[in-house]
Ligand binder design. Structure first.
Ligand SMILES: [Zn+2]
Ligand SMILES: [Zn+2]
Length: 219
């Protein structure tokens, strides 16, 4: 089952031009089996898109993209708004207490808020200091293929996940129609609910994949 784990709509993400309907219909047309909506900080866009998905018969799961002190984090299984600039340690604790999981979004993205740039602001280097940062051990995984960044940065994210021994997911990080279905996560099981998605994410029985029609290949 092919699920794109990282998408934004114009309901809650002002940086996205995608209406829930356009996101769903394009995802369906591009051959995805389901999508996750992961708005910045708020859950509303995911709630609304999931409801529209139910009406049109396309599975939409709910996530949220938290903005932690150590970069953007994709959260699944926690269905409340998350305060801006939350310490990563607290985020992991709250989400784990609720039974959810935390994946570092685009950890090596530059020019945007990521684990790499957040550490850089603290005078640290993710490549050199990852082993000394205890808080990273609380992560459940990392987004190892993000459709919105280049191959090298995704490759470094995959290496980081290997070093930390955490799972990797893929997602488009779509904000525009051309960015939908550029990356996804292939699960071995059929997933029909938010809860089943979170349980599957904990097992590691999935792999991140880059889809042929990618934003970077397209241009
Ligand atoms: Zn982000
Ligand atoms: Zn995003």
């Amino acid at each position: 089952m092919l699920i794109d784990m990282h998408n934004h709509t114009n309901v809650s993400s002002s940086c996205s031009v995608l209406s829930p309907e356009e996101l769903i219909e394009t995802a369906r047309r591009m051959g995805l089996d389901a999508i996750c909506v992961t708005e910045h900080l708020v859950i509303e866009g995911a709630n609304i898109t999931q409801e529209i998905g139910r009406k049109v018969g396309f599975p939409v799961f709910r996530g949220i993209e938290a903005c932690s002190d150590l970069g953007d984090m994709l959260v699944f299984g926690y269905y409340k708004d998350i305060p801006d600039d939350i310490p990563l340690h607290d985020l992991c604790r709250y989400v784990h207490e609720a039974g959810g999981v935390v994946f570092a979004a685009h950890p090596y993205r530059t020019g945007a808020w990521s684990l790499y740039t957040a550490l850089q602001c603290q005078g640290k280097n993710l490549d050199l200091d990852w082993d000394r940062l205890k808080v990273l051990k609380a992560l459940d995984g990392a987004e190892v293929i993000n459709g919105n960044i280049d191959y090298e940065k995704n490759k470094k994210a995959q290496e980081l996940a290997g070093r930390l021994k955490i799972y990797g997911i893929g997602g488009s990080d779509a904000h525009f129609p051309d960015m939908i279905a550029t990356a996804a996560t292939e699960f071995t099981k059929l997933i029909q609910t938010d809860e089943a998605l979170v349980e599957a994410l904990k097992t590691g029985s999935y792999q991140a994949i880059s889809l042929p029609y990618t934003f970077f290949n397209y241009f």
